[in-house]
Design a protein around this ligand. Sequence first.
Ligand SMILES: Cc1cc2nc3c(=O)[nH]c(=O)nc-3n(C[C@H](O)[C@H](O)[C@H](O)COP(=O)(O)OP(=O)(O)OC[C@H]3O[C@@H](n4cnc5c(N)ncnc54)[C@H](O)[C@@H]3O)c2cc1C
Length: 547
Amino acid sequence: MAKRANVMWFRHGLRLHDNPALLEAISDKTEGIALIPLFIFDGESAGTKTVGYNRMSFLLNSLAEIDKQLKAIRGASDIAGKLYLFQGNPTTVFRRLNEYYRLNKICFEQDCEPIWNRRDDSVRALCNDLDIEAVEKVSHTLWDPRTVISTNGGIPPLTYQMFLHTVEIIGAPPRPVEDPEWDGVEFLKLTDNMLMELNAFWQFPTPEDFNIFPDNISYVAKVKWRGGEQQALLHLAERLKVEERAFKNGYYLPNQANPNILESPKSMSAHLRFGCLSVRRFYWSVHDLFKHVQIEAFYHRIHMAGGEHITGQLIWREYFYTMSVNNPYYDRMEGNAICLNIPWAPPNQEQLQSWRSGQTGFPLIDAAMRQLLAEGWLHHTLRNTVATFLTRGALWQSWEHGLRHFLKYLLDADWSVCAGNWMWVSSSAFERLLDSSLVSCPIAFSKRLDPKGEYIRQYVPELAKIPQEYIHEPWRMPQEMQENYECVIGVQYPERIVDLAKVSKRNTLAMQTLRQSLIAGGAPDEGPPHCRPSNEEEVHQFFWLVD
Ligand SMILES: Cc1cc2nc3c(=O)[nH]c(=O)nc-3n(C[C@H](O)[C@H](O)[C@H](O)COP(=O)(O)OP(=O)(O)OC[C@H]3O[C@@H](n4cnc5c(N)ncnc54)[C@H](O)[C@@H]3O)c2cc1C
């Protein structure tokens, strides 16, 4: 009789810790049911439809690490574990595996965004046909978005405050589950014939195997990100030190409080996106740490109040996921109920290309866009700056172009979180007043954020040598100086692609006109009737504005 097996189907959630789907997949070991851990390159899972080089490398690092950890486990029958990598359609892979073995369960972590529904529904239907149990576990988000929606009466909470209120009713998110107990787990060794038939990778692939190559700007990269659980946990330990220092100094959300675009980022977002780090582990580590610091302070007779908002940014992540769950049009303007139809200009391919490649002639924008291409990561405040510049701040191009670029290059790109942020920054949703006066001028902002121009020099080598006085506005350099520094505007460094003063006026007027027309159409005075922040403090928090 064919051996029985459970499949652990990795998609996101690329870790062994806090992995309830994995626990479920090994839970039948006492009944002699073996384990097949696998990942399927189906051209979509884990964002592979749109990935650039860095994102693909990050994914492959993360998979390689699971493989390494599994290989270090000697299972029952002395067969070590391994992560199988297949290429093809999940239903084809599972159907064929079921013919070789008798599949008992297919276990996976919930991917709650609607773009994954077709894939998961077809696997569920197959399981139904073949009498295999499909086990989905929620661990990519703190709360199950579907529970949030049902608790809120069947619709997603339209404001962040409503979201907070709803999750308060549900209660604190679950703590991480225990680590897997490997004793007695049997790993199956798939035969060469089977691997060949199922289009398995014999060696760990590289991005080049998928025809994905680095961009020619990679030489300016300062930080090389590595995916994988071990890296994520090391990164978490570092991050917790930063959090602890902040708590002891009386503030929280340290990445926001002191945006430092030059230091090595302590960001957890890419590890959270691929699930190399469990969001519950992150959430509870920060809360437990705060409690600890609070108790220590109490013994020193220092009163440390609050603590409710110390993971406020993670709640935005939950919020954007939840908002997208029943909205397959969340990534576009047309048909998207929460998105305002702003009359953006028709696509200007020349300007779009300048923006994407960091050739706009505005040093901070160019530095940021090149950092994105080279490293795959950008500080939040720079994401806001370049997104504003593309949309309501300068170019008046639709946020959808920006979203597509970010989804390809950002290591942490989530379909829903990225679209949610783009809608907000462009005033298309989550916006209160369509108030373009909140647009920060990229030149003034550059002077504030990078006073010495160190960040600009790192990512825009053409400007590396020019004096500090001109670093934010190189076009102000006299011609002779431009020649001396080999930075002639229009030759070695591009001319500005727009007249900022002119387009700012045009954009403000366009937003005011839109606002008036919405009010004339029956929208309340305080703003159009789409979802929006609850109050000024939220706007402030989102944009990470200084007081
Ligand atoms: C245009 C634009 C697109 C963005 N796209 C993404 C994206 O695809 N994926 C993504 O994770 N973040 C996105 N962000 C949000 C934010 O910039 C990053 O989460 C943040 O820079 C990550 O850095 P951190 O880990 O140091 O954040 P921290 O401040 O340390 O926050 C901790 C975690 O909370 C979450 N978080 C923080 N800010 C936000 C936010 N505004 N919205 C939702 N979640 C948040 C992230 O998971 C982050 O790792 C985007 C922001 C903008 C303006």
